[in-house]
Design a binder for this molecule. Structure first.
Ligand SMILES: *Cc1c(COP(=O)(O)O)cnc(C)c1O
Length: 365
């Protein structure tokens, strides 16, 4: 049985002209569709009781929160990110939503927020996209980016898990995240960490991003658009970027990606890349990857490609690693063959140009 959403339709949706102007040049995360989905929760995670209620589709707009609301003080916030793709026949699909639903619940457990039944997660996305389907762009590399999130909403300043929560989904038409597939330079942060052992590194929560922004500023100041963080247990192993996982491609058919130690976010793109790479006969090693290995690999020529991956940017080729001490990688690096071919394969599956042999797609409209 699918979740029933009460519909409060937006009396002033964007006109066709306004929407089409936005879809001409969507950018990323700047424009939102006419509606949002909201579901309220009350209960007690400590007692393992509670209920989701008042599922509704409503006009996109500001939330009204009491100034004492839990999330504003102790940061109980988690989120997800996934995309809706328009296929050539006009139908709209999304990629592995059950994996996002499961991850939302793992994040919820870490942040002492309530879990949401996986089918409600998928229904909430379908509800929003069905209503706002005119906002799903159809251009190459374009999609509707969906942002489910959950916050603790109890108005109470005591330090304990919030006894009220809001789950919501908003959606924003998205162009190509980085505009192109130009390789990016990434900054090695030695001053800041994004995660600690036993911390929230594996949870998709706003707090991790808040902690990464100052490192991002440091990277920006050094001409780098992304930051890579080190393993909190050791200062010589790469962990992940602020919002993307990372892969290293060797000329002997090996791919190396840092293993999931509890401080790395378990990317769904990462998992999909591993599967696609193995099906091509590449060997994927999930283990610690050191700075020495990066440096030596570039020097010997055996490390041929580096790329980062995540839903927003899909796969982004990495050019150089920049730090206070050194720069690793050639200035003239072009996007690598393996990088671009896996990227294309993933995009082809998502947009329906290649057969979905893994059962990764779910039809929304
Ligand atoms: C969301 C995210 C990723 C990528 O996950 P995908 O499921 O591939 O989008 C990687 N690292 C961090 C820190 C993230 O928040």
């Amino acid at each position: 049985m699918s979740t029933e959403f009460v519909k409060h339709l937006n009396p002033h949706p964007a006109t066709d002209e306004v929407r089409e102007a936005v879809l001409q040049n969507p950018g990323f995360g700047q424009h939102f569709t006419d509606h949002m989905v909201c579901i309220d929760w009350q209960g007690d995670v400590q007692e393992n009781v509670g209920r989701w209620e008042n599922a509704r589709l409503q006009p996109y707009g500001p939330l009204s929160l009491d100034p004492s609301t839990a999330v504003l003080h102790y940061g109980q916030e988690i989120f997800e990110g996934l995309k809706a793709y328009r296929h050539e026949d006009g139908s709209v699909w999304t990629f592995r939503p059950e994996a996002n639903a499961a991850r939302l619940n793992r994040s919820a457990q870490r942040l002492a927020l309530p879990t949401l039944p996986e089918e409600v997660f998928v229904d909430s996305i379908r509800e929003l996209v069905a209503q706002d389907q005119a906002w799903v762009p159809s251009g190459d590399g374009e999609s509707l980016y969906m942002r489910p999130f959950m916050i603790g909403t109890e108005p109470f300043l005591g330090v304990r898990p919030s006894r009220q929560a809001l789950y919501s989904v908003i959606a924003s038409p998205a162009g190509n995240y980085f505009g192109s597939v130009e390789p990016v330079d990434i900054w090695l942060s030695r001053t800041y960490a994004r995660a600690g052992t036993g911390g929230t590194g594996a949870a998709k929560c706003g707090g991790n991003y808040a902690a990464s922004l100052v490192a991002q500023m440091e990277g920006d100041a050094h001409g780098c658009s992304q930051v890579v963080f080190l393993d909190p247990e050791r200062d010589d192993a790469i962990e992940e970027l602020g919002g993307m996982n990372v892969f290293f491609v060797f000329d002997d058919g090996r791919l190396v990606t840092p293993e999931l130690t509890g401080t790395i976010l378990e990317g769904i793109t990462r998992d999909s890349v591993i599967q696609l790479a193995e099906e091509r006969g590449l060997t994927v090693e999930q283990r610690a990857f050191t700075l020495d290995e990066w440096r030596d690999g570039v020097r010997s020529g055996h490390l041929t490609e580096v790329f980062a991956c995540g839903t927003a940017a899909v796969i982004a080729p990495v050019r150089r690693l920049v730090s206070n001490d050194e720069t690793i990688g050639p200035e003239d690096a072009q996007p690598g063959e393996v990088t671009m071919s896996i990227r294309q394969q993933l995009l082809d599956i998502q947009t329906g140009r290649a057969e979905d042999t893994h059962g990764w797609l779910t039809r929304l409209v």
